[in-house]
Design a protein around this ligand. Structure first.
Ligand SMILES: C=C1C[C@]23C[C@@]1(O)CC[C@H]2[C@@]12CC[C@H](O)[C@@](C)(C(=O)O1)[C@H]2[C@@H]3C(=O)O
Ligand SMILES: O=C(O)CCC(=O)C(=O)O
Ligand SMILES: [Fe+2]
Length: 404
């Protein structure tokens, strides 16, 4: 077990440079161990290589090549295919933020789905478009440049590898830390060749507006739940020490998938998971791919809408509401022809914040479903887990131990 984990970490250190059909890795004494301990890479050939691409000339002794993993490696397991029920179609709740009566619908959506779409949100379109075009420019730039912003540790540019524990998907991403660290320049952003400040500015404008909308939603939720103070959730995001992150995911088209689509095969873009934070706010272009897991056990494809935001309850909000709100399982499937670009704000509490069911929400005889933990403890455990793991499991109060 230990050596397996160590191997995966070492593999992660050598994020592959993809170039056509092969992945290139720096030659190194550890390589044979790295390969043999990675369950996820299909090793067909290892040989000394001279690579001359448009941008690079590499000495024979410095590189080895392995065949890239076959596309089958990214297929979703057949039992987990989407099964939209066409007889009783379920529709995603749409909340119009310009209507005061939306409060009630918001709570209902968090209880029934843990997921909803928001319209009339007041986030300026120009902020969305500006950041989107900058992100597209970044993802369309040469791999060698993008890799200067990686590997993700956990922040930075990532390609196909998600987290540090062997998860992968047909996705490239930028993961950015939003935690306020005075005099600290974001190292990831410094790779934006022409003007890093411009990209930073586009992120700031976008995130500030999205955070404002998110806090309004959290306050409406607290109001409707009749909690003592309406800022009980929003204050966690507004805190200077709020541990929030921002992510831009780019799912390139996969033309090779086309022939397999005829047999109903789907490609994993981002595997099934719940988000650990309080709340996640997603905006994507008009390419479909996002799916949520319904109570029925069926996956439902979320129709894309680039003018709206999609919001999901995170694990921490599920705990704070003692399970009333559901942290929804979701995933992304990649597309054979169109690229998907999504931008997600993950609102998290300060690291030292205690996460536990809110006393003002609990009935007098209600048992707490969860043990108290700090966000630091939960985050640490989440980042040591695999994407599809039930992360809250080890923080649940065992039914038998609940006395009164
Ligand atoms: C496989 C992983 C990626 C992730 C950390 C983890 O070990 C398990 C949780 C994953 C997740 C899902 C929601 C967010 O995208 C994310 C940033 C987070 O907070 O938890 C990712 C983590 C990641 O990409 O590093
Ligand atoms: O990219 C998407 O559309 C969703 C990705 C996601 O769920 C995540 O980054 O946590
Ligand atoms: Fe997610």
């Amino acid at each position: 077990m230990m050596s397996d984990l160590a191997g995966q970490r070492r593999w992660h250190k050598y994020t592959p440079i993809e170039d056509g059909g092969s992945w290139f890795l720096p030659n190194n004494n550890h390589l044979s161990h790295t390969f043999s301990s990675s369950k996820h890479i299909n090793i067909l050939h290892i040989h000394t290589y001279i690579l001359i691409s448009k941008t690079t000339l590499i000495q024979p002794s410095t590189m080895v090549a392995i065949s890239k993993p076959p596309i089958e490696h990214f297929f979703l397991k057949p039992c987990k295919q989407t099964n939209n029920n066409h007889h009783h179609p379920t529709s995603i709740p749409i909340i119009d933020l310009s209507k005061p009566e939306s409060k009630h619908q918001l709570v209902k959506a968090c209880q029934d789905f843990g997921f909803f779409k928001v319209i009339n949100h007041q986030v300026p379109l120009q902020f969305i478009n500006k950041l989107e075009s900058k992100a597209i420019k970044f993802f369309n730039s040469p791999l060698s440049l993008k890799q200067k912003a990686g590997p993700p540790d956990p922040f930075g540019y990532g390609n196909k590898h998600l987290g540090q524990n062997g998860d992968f998907g047909w996705v490239e991403y930028l993961l950015l830390n939003l935690k306020h660290e005075p005099n600290h320049k974001n190292p990831t952003i410094s790779v934006f060749e022409d003007n890093p400040e411009e990209f930073q500015c586009a992120v700031n404008d976008y995130v500030t507006a999205v955070k404002k909308m998110t806090c309004e939603i959290l306050e409406l939720l607290a109001d409707e739940l009749k909690l003592q103070s309406r800022n009980v959730f929003s204050k966690l995001l507004l805190d200077e020490q709020s541990d929030s992150v921002f992510r831009v995911n780019y799912y390139p088209p996969c033309p090779e998938l086309q022939e397999h689509e005829l047999t109903g095969k789907k490609l994993i873009g981002f595997g099934e998971h719940t988000d650990p934070q309080i709340i996640s706010v997603l905006r994507s272009n008009n390419t479909s791919g996002l799916e949520i897991l319904l109570k029925t056990g069926c996956w439902m494809s979320v129709p894309p809408d680039s003018t709206s935001f999609f919001i999901n309850v995170g694990d921490s909000l599920q705990v704070m509401t003692n399970g009333r709100f559901k942290s929804v399982k979701h995933r992304v499937v990649a597309n054979s022809l169109k690229s998907r670009l999504s931008m997600i704000y993950f609102g998290g509490p300060p690291l030292n914040e205690k996460i536990a069911p809110l006393p003002s929400l609990m009935e007098s005889d209600e048992a707490s479903l969860y043990k108290e933990f700090t966000w630091f403890e939960y985050k640490k455990s989440a980042f040591n887990s695999r994407l599809s793991d039930n992360r809250l499991g080890s923080f649940e109060n065992n039914q038998h131990n609940v006395s009164s």
